[in-house]
Design a binder for this molecule. Structure first.
Ligand code: FAD
Length: 463
């Protein structure tokens, strides 16, 4: 064996790199194997690039309506190359930050593809050759890649996945997006703001189908107002290459329709990225391509664990990181510091969308008796000031214990404000406990106070 460690992590995405850092901080001799750039999907082709592009394109959209505030900016225009170089600067800073953290914490970065062998060792296939390593604990954190669907013509030129769309060097004139989930609606927002004619084709009855239905209804209206065509309950049957683009042929209530566009983005979910991961004779228990783990992240192979997008569950960067931290705490004989059952999920549209805990639909399904408090942002001063009046804060509490069980927010800064409620749900805080805290005026957060009041009585500012 060339190298011996306490912990080897395969994959340096938000799951793997955080696990490796936590491992080193807990005193384990740690190596992390990465075949591409540290930071994984999240930093390089996911969370960070999309949010940088949303930040820039929202600024552009807002500047176009600056006259509403009495500010006249003539000839507001954009330079897409500059937007991309701003985005890439952000990525590079964060990626190099991960590298520096590895060095500062004594994590050894092994560059190459990691393969788990039958005897539990790891072979790293690097440009210099093979390195054979062994560790007491091996953690698989290889993440995911864009999924495909069996639509004829999906391999046509002009059909892109979420990795490929980042590589476009010019803004498309038109874009059809197959899939109205989080990734689909975020790209729709980015390109619609830059003037692309965007069409969303979603098979389920609504966009953001896994979230509270109020989000989908509001967002659909907002997207339409911004020129995005949204077709839900439609089945894409075929994609055809055309002289100047691609067309999607789809069934809408059994009626065949088609939409032509310069590009098609296929955003139909993600599947685990396991190519090259398993050596000869290695077969872990899997379910739909994902590695099955027990509640301690143990796979079916002794000493081998898995976290993040590779395992069943929500595919989110903060969940992958939190799983890695909890796993390392347990391997070090400590108690978990994070409640992994409380996972905030966010959509970075404008206004932002954020949710944590249960929704009304889940409460109904599970027969949980709840009281709901709601406050509309149209009555919130800060929202009026910033002309971001569409949206709401909805708080669900247990009827008997008054504990907060779930929160849905659609408003400016919702993705930041949801933090308070992750805390509340994880710690079992009640509505009266949360109402003890005064909220500053004028803030978007005042709507939280009003929605809390509305749960068991009536909001002061309710009509
Ligand atoms: P990954 O981030 O996929 O990292 C896995 C790493 O393992 C990669 O670096 C890969 O190169 C490496 N690897 C794979 N196989 C091997 C091997 N055999 N040997 C060595 N290295 C290997 N989540 C959020 O929470 N918020 C968001 O706003 C958000 N936005 C997103 C936007 C987009 C467009 C996409 C695609 C995803 C987004 N996500 C978001 C999801 C988030 O990116 C993932 O949930 C998260 O990156 C998963 O982390 P991970 O560590 O499990 O895997």
């Amino acid at each position: 064996m060339d190298k011996q460690y306490d912990v080897i992590v395969i994959g340096a995405g938000p799951g793997g790199y955080v696990t490796a850092l936590k491992s080193a901080k807990l005193g384990f001799k740690t190596a992390v194997v990465e075949k591409d750039k540290p930071g994984g999907t999240c930093l390089n082709r996911g969370c960070i690039p999309t949010k940088a592009m949303i930040h820039a394109t929202e600024l552009f959209r807002e500047m176009q309506s600056a006259a509403e505030y009495g500010i006249f900016a003539e000839n507001v225009r954009y330079d897409y190359e500059k937007i991309l170089s701003y985005r890439d600067d952000v990525i590079n800073k964060l990626v190099s930050g991960v590298g520096q953290l590895f060095k500062a914490n004594g994590v050894e970065l092994l560059e190459g593809t990691g393969t788990l062998e039958k005897d539990g060792s790891v072979t790293v296939h690097s440009v210099e050759g093979e390195i054979h390593c062994k560790a007491k604990h091996t953690i698989l954190a290889v993440g995911s890649k864009p999924a495909t669907v069996p639509i004829p013509g999906l391999d046509s030129e002009g059909v892109l996945n979420s990795d490929e769309i980042f590589k476009l060097t010019a803004v498309p004139e038109s874009l059809s997006i197959i899939g109205g989930g989080v990734i689909g609606v975020e790209f729709a927002s980015i390109f619609a703001a830059l003037g692309t004619k965007v069409t969303i084709l979603e098979a389920l009855p609504s966009i953001l189908a896994n979230m509270d239905k109020d989000f989908a209804q509001n967002l659909k209206m907002i997207l339409k107002k911004r020129g995005v065509e949204v077709h839900t309950g439609v089945q894409v049957k075929e994609i055809k290459k055309e002289a100047d683009g691609v067309s999607c042929i789809y069934l809408d209530k059994e009626q065949e329709e088609s939409v032509s566009s310069q590009y098609v983005l296929c955003a139909v979910g993600r599947v685990p990225a396991t190519e090259g991961l398993f050596g000869e004779g290695v077969s872990l228990s899997m379910e739909r391509g994902r590695v099955i783990v027990d509640e301690h992240f143990k796979t079916s192979m002794d000493g081998v664990y898995a976290i993040g997008d590779l395992i069943p569950g929500m595919q989110l960067a903060h969940l992958a990181s939190a799983q890695g931290i909890c796993l390392m705490e347990e391997l070090a004989g400590e108690k978990r510091s994070i409640d992994l059952s409380v996972v905030p999920s966010c959509v970075y549209t404008s206004p932002e969308i954020a949710s944590v805990g249960i929704t009304e639909a889940i409460a109904k399904d599970k027969g949980i008796e709840i009281e709901v408090g709601k406050f509309m942002m149209s009555a919130n001063g800060k929202s009026l000031i910033s002309k971001e009046e569409r949206g709401f804060v909805k708080i669900l509490a247990d009827k008997e214990t008054q504990k907060v069980l779930g929160v849905q927010m659609m408003c400016a800064r919702a993705t930041d404000m949801i933090g308070e409620f992750g805390n509340a749900v994880a710690n079992g805080f009640t509505v009266p406990q949360l109402l003890k805290a005064m909220r500053a005026h004028p803030t978007y957060n005042e709507a939280v106070g009003e929605a809390l009041e509305d749960v068991f009585s009536e909001a002061v500012h309710a009509a």
